[in-house]
Design a protein around this ligand. Sequence first.
Ligand SMILES: *[C@@H]1O[C@H](CO)[C@@H](O)[C@H](O)[C@H]1NC(C)=O
Ligand SMILES: *[C@@H]1O[C@H](CO)[C@@H](O)[C@H](O)[C@H]1NC(C)=O
Ligand SMILES: *[C@@H]1O[C@H](CO)[C@@H](O)[C@H](O)[C@H]1NC(C)=O
Ligand SMILES: *[C@@H]1O[C@H](CO)[C@@H](O)[C@H](O)[C@H]1NC(C)=O
Length: 961
Amino acid sequence: MRNSNSIMVFLLLAILSLRKPNSLACNEKEKQALLRFKQALTDPANRLSSWSLTKDCCRWAGVRCDNVSGRVFELHLGNPYNPFAFRFKSGPALGGEISPALLELEHLNFLNLSLNDFGGTPIPSFLGSMRSLRYLDLWGASFGGLIPHQLGNLSSLRHLYLGGNSGLYVDNFSWISLLSSLESLGMTWIDLHRDVHWLDSVSLLASLSELFLPNCQLNNMISSLGYVNFTSLTVLYLPSNNFNHNMPSWLFNLSSLQSLDLGDNSLQGQIPSTISNLQNLHYLNLSVNMLTGQIPESSGQLKHLTLVSLFSNSLCGPIPSRLGNLSSLSQLYLHQNKLDGSIPSSLGNLSSLSYLYLHSNKLNGTVPRNLGLLSNLVTLYIANNSIEGTVSEVHFAKLSNLKYLDASLTSVVFNVSHNWIPPFQLKYLLVGFCKMGPRFPLWLQTQRSLQNLELREAGIVDTAPKWFWKWASHIQIINLAYNQISGDLSQVLLNSTIFSVDSNCFTGQLPHLSPNVVALRMANNSLSGQISSFLCQKMNGRSKLEILDIPYNALSGELPHCLLHWQSLTHLNLGSNNLSGKIPELIGSLFSLKALHLHNNSFSGGIPLSLRNCTFLGLIDFGGNKLTGTIPSWIGERTHLMVLRLRSNEFFGDIPPQICRLSSLMVLALADNRLSGFIPKCLKNISAMATSPSPINDKFNALTYHINYIPYREGLLISIPYREGLLLVIKGRESNYDSILPLVRIVDLSSNNLSGGIPSEISSLFGLQSLNLSRNNLMGRIPEKIGVIRYLECLDLSNNHLSGEIPQSIINLTFLSHLDLSYNNFSGRIPSSTQLQSFDALDFIGNPELCGAPLLKNCTENEDPNPSDENGDGFERSWFYIGMATGFIVSFWGVCGALLCKRAWRHAYFKFLDNINDRVYLATVLKLSWLRYHFRRYRISLRCPRSCKQERMEERGSGES
Ligand SMILES: *[C@@H]1O[C@H](CO)[C@@H](O)[C@H](O)[C@H]1NC(C)=O
Ligand SMILES: *[C@@H]1O[C@H](CO)[C@@H](O)[C@H](O)[C@H]1NC(C)=O
Ligand SMILES: *[C@@H]1O[C@H](CO)[C@@H](O)[C@H](O)[C@H]1NC(C)=O
Ligand SMILES: *[C@@H]1O[C@H](CO)[C@@H](O)[C@H](O)[C@H]1NC(C)=O
């Protein structure tokens, strides 16, 4: 039966395909016109190669003729485009000039030139004379300038898509009202703001069904007539404009409306109850506005509504319990608002509900038990709320379809019995910062489809069960950091792409790895054994490991030649272990290295010459070893270097002037060595220090690592940032800097044998926050213009032989919070400013000739000090701002770096908006917001370590400084 069917279909197709060549050959005049049209175009990829004299023009690529008359009917010359392909694909563009020869195609009805590249030239006005056109698509074809009014003559036009040409603008939109047959209009990104009466013109289009005007710089959607004539409108997309007024009343008369998107405007006021007039609405997006009040009760009458998207508003107040009356509601997106109160238990009545997004609100109270009735629920996101209380088996009783559960960043306590067998098979279990412990959750073992397990800081104080490791080998991402999980890893084989167990109590040797592991993070455990047995393990394939982050353990031994097996490494952190021996020359064969931390070990010998070959190196941290020799002059070739930390070693000789070629250098920490000679004057060439710290530091961003992965069938790139950290001594205390590291600018040359003067050029480094030259043999005066280094917070020049007066300009250092000038030969009066006088006298002692407050010694000539109005809390302020700026970087780059800034994605996103069906767009928006949310998670998860080993860390920390 099946067979005969398919044979019939085949025959039918064969007949159809045979018919075509039999149709009339093309009209000679039109053929010539098309050839002239082709001639004026540029076609680098020869897409129009089939357009030849010898062939029937109806069979040329992109040309369609009318079956009966043989006249050219349609031109499909859009650039092939696939918005769903992960790698954005589009063929090479046509360009050049659009020849008026097109006018000879009198029957042309369809013209698509989208996604070609006409280099910013205007849309030719003769297109307005092609009276038979019904479909015109010029999406994203790089047109620019004024849209010709002549297009208003296309009275047959049904579909007009001009969007995606951000260089286009409209001065007076009244011509649009002449297109009386228009059904669909897309103008994404076109600047329409010059015509304040745009709506009056558009609203006259009585046949209009779909209107897409996102990002058109529109300021108002007020109809001066008070009514609109486009009453057949089914789709109205006006997101990302700037309507900073209330929602206009005409909106709620559009009873045919199925999709309404007013997201990302500055809409004010409340959502009016007349919204219930929109009885055909399926999709409503009011996200990212300034709407206030509650969600109207009347929205409960929108029976067809399947998707409400109100996230990222400033909606506040509780979730109305009447939402529970919308029995057909299948997707409820209320995340990223300011909704408060508790989760209404009536939500348990929404029997069709599949997606419930409530995360990132201000919800409090407990998770209602009724949610356990939602047997169709696939996604339950309640993370990042003030929800508390216990969830037990009842809460999940009927959730047999649940696949994604995110309750992270709440105070929810999971209290399920030890032998619970849940009804679901999860893909994501994200319960970081909840309380799952103290016992290891045994029910995890029942989950066979997990891809992403986040149990960070979940209060687990237990031994990892025996089954765990084999079970875990199917899970792509595992984060167990900051628990107190113990277990011997010596026999464990890891297979996860990302495996993170920082700050736990694991013991034994490092685990074995499968070639699938890309990131292994086991900092701050109690792992021991020879590093060589890990590095020289036999592996069934080539390792993909890029991040090996295992500082703060007790690993020992020398770095073996097997280092060669790990050539994909980009970030290697072996700091604070018991490693010894020389840093082998082989290390230079890890040519992808971007960051190399070997600090606080017992390495000896010199800096290997082979590192000269690691051209991507941005961070070298060899501090706290027994390294010796001179600082190599080739270091100046590593121009990407941002951090050079060699403190507390036994380096000697001069600071090579080549170091000044490191224009990206932000941290130069050479303290506590035996360096001698002068401070190079050329330091002023280090431009990263000679500019003010800016919140977005692209270069450092390159060092920040993003682990990209595509979760199974999600079709979406997830990018998890990995940030570099560094132990730095600032203000006399050593602490770990990670998130603010991109903004830190430090020169620390203290505790060496440097001589000569402080070069006056140092005042060019006006981005510096910390300058420590103490404990050297420096002589001469403090550079007169020291006050120019205006971000300076820490200045330590103590224990040198500096002399002369303290320059008056020092009072301009308003952020200064740590100053030490003690034990020099300074003389004269300490300059007066409330700030300087607020330092301790100890910061000035040991200078017998120095006088004035805060020293007790009075100066002989008693002038009136002129008090400055600067106050001393600048330090707190500046670090506060830096902290804020860092938050911005992380969140900005989180989303932007991964997605928005990719041209391909942006195109895809806006192409959706214009003429593809709304569902696709919707999916994109949801994914975007989901991404935004996830990046926030990772930002939030930067917390101070708290673990069983914290004490040990603190001991070490204080031992070092
Ligand atoms: C617009 O609609 C109003 C009221 O329905 C009607 O009076 C008017 O004639 C319409 N205008 C046009 C141009 O169709
Ligand atoms: C939850 O928040 C609401 C509104 O902010 C408040 O009135 C209420 O007391 C809170 N409930 C609990 C249990 O904290
Ligand atoms: C290891 O991971 C890969 C992919 O990440 C997976 O295909 C494979 O089945 C896993 N191996 C084991 C033994 O779980
Ligand atoms: C650097 O790399 C080149 C080419 O791979 C190699 O010949 C040279 O020996 C390397 N230099 C050092 C110092 O390892």
